[in-house]
Design a protein around this ligand. Structure first.
Ligand code: GDP
Length: 174
């Protein structure tokens, strides 16, 4: 049995749903008041990937940034994949994704020098007051080097496991 240990970053503006996403994915729950304990660096999820492979995911959620700031290189060290998340009801959180991706491309590289696989997640798609269209996300993801983007709702448990499987697939095929 092979075990892959994958460090994955979860980035995006404050309040887009990052810690809820990690909590949902790891524990299967959605609590409105949940906030990751201060001082916890990462959460762990073990996947039985195939007959011969296990995947241990280390999910690193940046703690509550109100807006984009350039992250410390230490945080990026050893990361092999990333989730960039925004909130479809908040256009500035969408605009910030360009900065998050640029910061990643500058600081988180694979040993080959290539940028690490990133998936773009358009969260809170359960809400009616959506302001970011699917067309603009599609265009943006193409222009900014995302192979995959998905609409998610952490609240309704939509596409959470699917998104992580896609990302792990991309990481393992690099
Ligand atoms: P973070 O600052 O990016 O970690 O965001 P949080 O995980 O703290 O979530 C911010 C707020 O958005 C909380 O009140 C969550 O309950 C809420 N939230 C997260 N995901 C969703 C979602 O998919 N739909 C809706 N309607 N609310 C969500």
């Amino acid at each position: 049995m092979t075990e892959h240990l994958l460090k994955i970053l979860i980035v995006g503006d404050g309040n887009v749903g990052k810690s809820s996403f990690v909590h949902r994915y790891v524990s299967g729950q959605f609590n409105k008041t949940y906030k990751m304990t201060v001082g916890v660096d990462f959460s762990v999820k073990l996947l039985h990937w195939s007959e011969t492979e296990k995947v241990r995911l280390q999910l690193w959620d940046i703690a509550g940034q109100e807006r984009f700031i350039s992250m410390n290189r230490i945080y990026y060290k050893g990361a092999v994949g990333c989730v960039v998340m925004f909130d479809v009801t908040n256009s500035s959180s969408f605009l910030s994704c360009r900065h998050w991706k640029q910061d990643l491309d500058n600081k988180a590289m694979l040993p080959s020098g290539d940028s690490i696989p990133c998936i773009l997640l358009a969260n809170k798609c359960d809400l009616a007051q959506r302001v970011v269209s699917a067309d603009s996300i599609k265009e943006f993801s193409k222009a900014n080097g995302f192979k995959t983007w998905m609409e998610t709702s952490v609240k309704e448990n939509k596409n959470i496991g699917e998104a992580m499987r896609r990302l792990v697939q991309e990481i393992l095929s690099v």
